[in-house]
Design a protein around this ligand. Structure first.
Ligand code: DQA
Length: 146
């Protein structure tokens, strides 16, 4: 199977910003772990990051129009909490999307408890640091392969 991992706003600074919250691994290091996890399962994975909301929407549309992937992990960063455009894009595509957060968004500021994406995602994983991506990929694979 083919997977796409999308990271949104500020996630390019992972490993460099708010290390106490998001850990010290860079996005490249996290992506390398996801890639080796997928390789070990015989799956393919590609990665995309943008700080620009419309580019994230375009990437979701592209995956849909090209029928290029079987499932998507999406850490939209702060867009999670207010982007109706991203929500509509997730709802528009018939590809399962898992919402991912490294931090436990429910144990932080109140505004982070609200996600406009969860309702249109097939699952949500948060709170396990970089491990959230691997847990989400495990869940997505299990859901798709059953
Ligand atoms: C985040 C949580 C969001 O609230 C925050 O804006 C981020 C990262 C996470 O991975 O924990 O940028 O999505």
């Amino acid at each position: 199977m083919k997977f796409l991992v999308i990271n949104g706003v500020n996630l390019n600074l992972t490993g460099k910003r708010e290390k106490r919250v998001y850990g010290v691994e860079t996005l490249e290091e996290i992506n390398a772990k996801i890639a080796s996890f997928c390789r070990a399962n015989g799956d393919e994975v590609s990665f995309y990051q943008s700080n620009i909301e419309g580019e994230l929407v375009n990437k979701l549309h592209e995956a849909f129009e090209n029928k290029s992937v079987d499932g998507i992990l999406l850490n939209a960063g702060a867009f999670t909490h207010y982007s109706y455009a991203l929500r509509d894009a997730v709802a528009a595509i018939d590809i399962p999307v898992v919402e991912v957060h490294m931090s436990n968004v429910h144990a932080r500021e109140e505004f982070r408890s609200r996600s406009v994406l969860s309702e249109v995602c097939c699952g949500v994983v948060c709170g396990f640091g970089a491990g959230s991506y691997l847990a989400a990929m495990t869940g997505l694979c299990a859901a798709l392969k059953k």
